[in-house]
Ligand binder design. Structure first.
Ligand code: FAD
Length: 428
């Protein structure tokens, strides 16, 4: 099936989660199989059109005008091999689809904060998940990748070690991925959730979290979000209109309650959702909104967290909710700092924290990025593309990778997509 601008369902098929600058394609192929992806790529090549791919649509940075949009949302099967602890994940599957398939076996993927995010793009971009400090990046646990390159050829990426290296961290730049095989992990339960502290009452909440991250084992993956909360439903009543430090916690194994005692000692949270969860409930940890929205963001990877700069963040980020930024800081290290068994393009394993400044809405507030990020410049080691919702310059893109790797990726882009037909959210 092919949709044109005149077809019923055109808008539904082109709009994803990110509503800022959506795709305006000439035609859309809503695919459900590898053969249909091949047809769509062939159509684009025959008509000399560009190609964009959209799964759940969280990662879109610049909409494509004209061209062929391959909408993979309904190509979302997941096959679990419980004995090998792997899953074959089709192009459009979200983490929710994967988790639903793996939960009956007590197995879990290396998914992230929001289950509605597309599993393929998340993984191609590295993939920083809820068990990241224990198991590393999602891209570190990919066994096979099948794709259709822009010349219309179906390939197994493992047959070319360069291509397999590039896809795991280098994003959707080299072809339309039709499926990947990923590792699964035994996770009967998680201890996790969020402690929401009112900043006005507990201005040192983020600092206590920073200190705490220096003491925790790899079983603990955590983050803090500094969020001015609007005074509107559906926000839970206790949070409305408050400036919050949300401590987001995911702890594997037993002993979680003891481990978080220093955080509970901060004081009385406005809301406390921490407890035992099944992995199927893991979306409750960050409790991010599921409704489509417009947003932009910038991210930096840091070698440390400077307590002085940390203390200034609440003032710089808000607290006026109409022009606010949401600041998220994730604790890295542990398995994230170790290279995977099969090398990949994920960069900057030396980073200790990832800091993201997210600006909701349609306005660009470049000045606000500058004021917030400037104090961190000296300890910035790179950037994480999955948390960057903006069109980056080539110099900025280069900073996402280890020295030399950006040029190697460019060389592979030229080899597999010499006409630059495939548009990725972070285009090489
Ligand atoms: C609320 C929220 C929470 C998030 N949490 C996390 C997190 O915890 N950890 C993390 O690492 N990231 C996280 N992300 C980032 C997320 O992983 C990226 O935005 C990712 O690109 C989203 O994938 P998608 O399928 O939803 O997006 P889409 O917009 O559908 O895809 C993004 C891009 O990926 C490429 N692409 C998609 N499918 C294919 C394919 N089959 N073949 C080739 N290229 C393809 C295309 O270039 C496309 O433009 C989060 C994002 C949001 C909005």
């Amino acid at each position: 099936m092919m949709l044109t601008t005149e077809s019923n369902g055109y808008d539904e098929a082109r709009l994803g989660f990110q509503r800022r600058d959506p795709h305006r394609p000439a035609v859309i192929f809503p695919v459900t199989s590898t053969a249909e992806v091949e047809d769509a790529v062939r159509y684009a090549t025959d008509h000399d059109l560009r190609i964009a791919v959209q799964a759940a649509g969280h990662g879109l940075n610049a909409g494509m005008d004209g061209g062929v949009l391959i909408a993979t949302g309904a190509f979302n099967g997941v096959r679990v091999d419980a004995d090998r602890k792997t899953a074959w994940v089709e192009a459009g599957a979200t983490w929710r689809d994967v988790i639903e398939a793996t939960t009956p076996y007590g197995l879990a993927p290396l998914s992230g904060s929001l289950p509605g995010v597309g599993a393929i793009s998340y993984t191609l971009g590295g993939g920083l998940g809820l068990m990241a400090r224990r198991h590393g990046y999602a891209a570190d646990h990919v066994r096979r990748i099948e794709l259709i390159t822009p010349d219309g050829v179906r390939r197994n990426a493992e047959d070319d070690p360069d291509l397999f290296w590039a896809l795991r961290g280098g994003g959707g730049n080299f072809g339309v991925v039709t499926g990947i095989e990923i590792d699964l992990f035994d996770v009967p339960t998680l201890y996790g959730g969020s402690l929401y502290f009112d900043f006005t009452e507990y201005p040192d909440a983020a600092e206590v979290w920073r200190e705490w991250t220096r003491t925790v084992p790899e079983e603990v993956t955590s983050a803090v979000a500094i969020v001015p909360i609007p005074d509107i439903p559906p926000v839970p009543a206790p949070l409305r209109g408050k400036y919050i430090a949300q401590l987001q916690l995911a702890i594997l194994g037993s002993g979680g309650e003891d481990l978080i005692k220093p955080l509970r000692a901060i004081g009385q949270p406005v809301l406390d959702t921490v407890g035992e969860l099944s992995y199927a409930e893991s979306g409750k940890i960050f409790a991010e909104p599921e409704r489509p929205d417009s947003y932009r963001s910038r991210n930096v990877l840091l070698s440390d967290l400077d307590p002085k700069a940390l203390a200034t963040l609440p003032d710089l980020a808000g607290p006026d909710a109409s022009s606010m930024s949401v600041i998220g800081i994730r604790h890295l290290g542990g398995a994230l700092s170790r290279p995977p068994a099969v090398p990949n393009a994920v960069g900057h394993r030396e980073a200790a924290y990832a800091l993201t400044v997210l600006q909701p809405g349609e306005a660009d507030r470049a000045e606000q990025y500058r004021t917030i990020l400037e104090p961190w410049r000296e300890i910035t080691v790179g950037r994480l593309l999955n948390f960057t919702f903006a069109v980056l310059s080539s110099d900025e893109l280069r900073e996402a990778f280890d020295p030399g790797d950006y040029d190697r990726l460019l060389e592979l882009k030229r080899r597999y997509d010499p006409d630059g037909r495939l548009l990725a959210n972070h285009q090489l």
